[in-house]
Ligand binder design. Structure first.
Ligand SMILES: NC(=O)c1ccc[n+]([C@@H]2O[C@H](COP(=O)([O-])OP(=O)(O)OC[C@H]3O[C@@H](n4cnc5c(N)ncnc54)[C@H](O)[C@@H]3O)[C@@H](O)[C@H]2O)c1
Ligand SMILES: O=C(O)C(=O)C[C@@H](O)[C@H](O)[C@H](O)COP(=O)(O)O
Ligand SMILES: [Zn+2]
Length: 371
């Protein structure tokens, strides 16, 4: 098992990565579950696959799980589910010191974390991520949120978990499309500032997705360590450092909004295509060699992730996509800083991007044939 520490000032916590952690959930929680009643928020797919394992671990250790089983999918990150879940937690008389368990992917982690942040002005919670995406990214760092009709993650809070338990065994029941989508956020760490890790992904990504346990443990632990370093430096995304984790997301979130936050485009798929667009736009601006941008696109395409905007068959133009971007939380005095690349492993926050130019670039990409 790998244990990574997230050194948030004054509130450090551990991320444990290994196989079989769900079956021993309570021992790993080491005294965090104070009461007999333990609230567990999950979704229907995760409950069907892992509910019994978690139930057994809790009951064998003298706890009584209370389940809130939500509909799977992005639509669950909503005002309605937030209100209903907070009311459910209140009905269980959860106290601030109790730990709420978020068992699931990024949707469950983001929603439950946000509930924990507002309940009684801040309750404790434990992230138990069951998707690759949640293990390498969303369970770590304390961003929590819901979506609104105006866009992605527009209402939320920074609220750190007390513990993250990433059980690699959970990935055994994860559909392959979800594994690939999660892998997009793994590649992201290589593209941000770690060219060696991108080379590792190039060599091992497909085998890791196919099920190699040692490669999975390395990918998850390396990604968590990368995220932990960035978050410890800039917890609240104020210095520009944490914004690097948004690589591909300005494009990706606009695509998610355009496709109605539906199963047509998963978050990780939007990020994958968003990173291709960020690389190609960087090449278009002359910042990065076109060959490096195509290297990024080739690797992403080789995994079965979307690498072409045309393939999405959107019913909009570049200006339509840019309109979604105006809700991006990085907007600053009417301008939108963009994550661009000077090369693989050299991402930076550019403050001088023209949105008209981005729209024209996207118009060209919308009609570009897939490589
Ligand atoms: N807070 C952050 O820092 C952060 C980072 C990245 C992404 N996110 C958010 O995370 C969300 C995406 O998360 P996701 O990709 O995990 O999606 P998800 O939570 O929707 O899970 C994907 C699908 O897999 C199913 N599933 C989960 N675990 C399973 C398992 N072990 N076996 C079988 N099925 C399983 C779910 O029911 C769902 O159908 C987005 O809303 C995104 O905005 C947040
Ligand atoms: O942790 C972060 O910081 C990230 O940006 C991680 C992203 O992968 C994640 O999708 C995040 O929720 C996006 O943040 P947002 O602030 O653009 O909503
Ligand atoms: Zn993301």
């Amino acid at each position: 098992m790998a244990v990574i520490s997230v050194d948030i000032a004054g509130r450090p916590y551990e991320v444990r990565v290994g196989a079989g952690l769900l079956a021993e959930l309570v021992p790993h929680c080491r005294g965090r579950l104070r009461k007999r009643t333990v609230p567990v928020v999950t979704d229907a797919h995760v409950h069907a696959a892992w509910g019994e394992v978690v139930e057994t671990s809790l009951r064998e250790n003298g706890h009584e799980p209370h389940w809130r089983i939500l509909p799977p999918g992005e639509q669950t990150k909503s005002w309605e589910e937030l209100a209903a879940t907070v009311n459910w937690l209140l009905s269980l008389e959860v106290e601030r010191g109790d730990h709420i368990i978020a068992l699931g992917g990024g949707v469950i982690g983001d929603l439950t974390g946000f509930c924990a942040s507002v309940l009684k002005r801040g309750c404790k919670f434990i992230q138990v991520p069951t998707t690759l995406l949640a293990q390498v990214d969303s369970s770590v760092g304390g961003k929590t949120a819901i979506n609104t009709p105006a866009g992605k993650n527009l209402v939320g809070a920074f609220h750190q978990p007390s513990l993250v338990l990433a059980d690699l065994s959970a990935l055994e029941t994860l559909p392959e499309r979800e594994l690939r989508a999660g892998y997009a956020e793994v590649i992201k760490y290589g593209l941000i500032d770690d060219a060696d890790f991108f080379a590792w992904c190039d060599a091992n990504g497909a085998k890791m997705i196919a099920g190699d346990g040692a490669l999975r443990e390395y990918a998850v632990a390396h990604s968590v360590a990368a995220k932990a370093r960035i978050v410890a430096e800039d917890e609240f995304e104020t210095t520009g450092k944490r914004a690097l984790l948004n690589l591909g997301h300005t494009f990706g979130h606009a695509l998610e909004a355009e496709t109605g936050f539906s199963a047509r485009l998963l978050h990780g798929e939007g990020v994958a295509l968003g990173m291709v667009l960020a690389a190609r736009y960087s090449a278009h601006l002359g910042l990065m060699p076109q060959a490096s941008a195509e290297h990024v696109a080739r690797h992403i395409g080789s995994i079965g992730l979307p690498a072409s905007l045309k393939a999405l068959q959107l019913d909009c133009d570049g200006a339509g996509l840019v309109k979604h971007m105006l809700h991006d939380k990085k907007m600053d005095a009417g301008t939108l800083p963009f994550l661009l690349m000077k090369g693989i492993g050299h991402t930076y926050l550019a403050k001088d991007v023209s949105l008209d130019d981005v729209a024209a670039f996207l118009d060209a990409e919308l009609s570009r044939e897939a490589a």
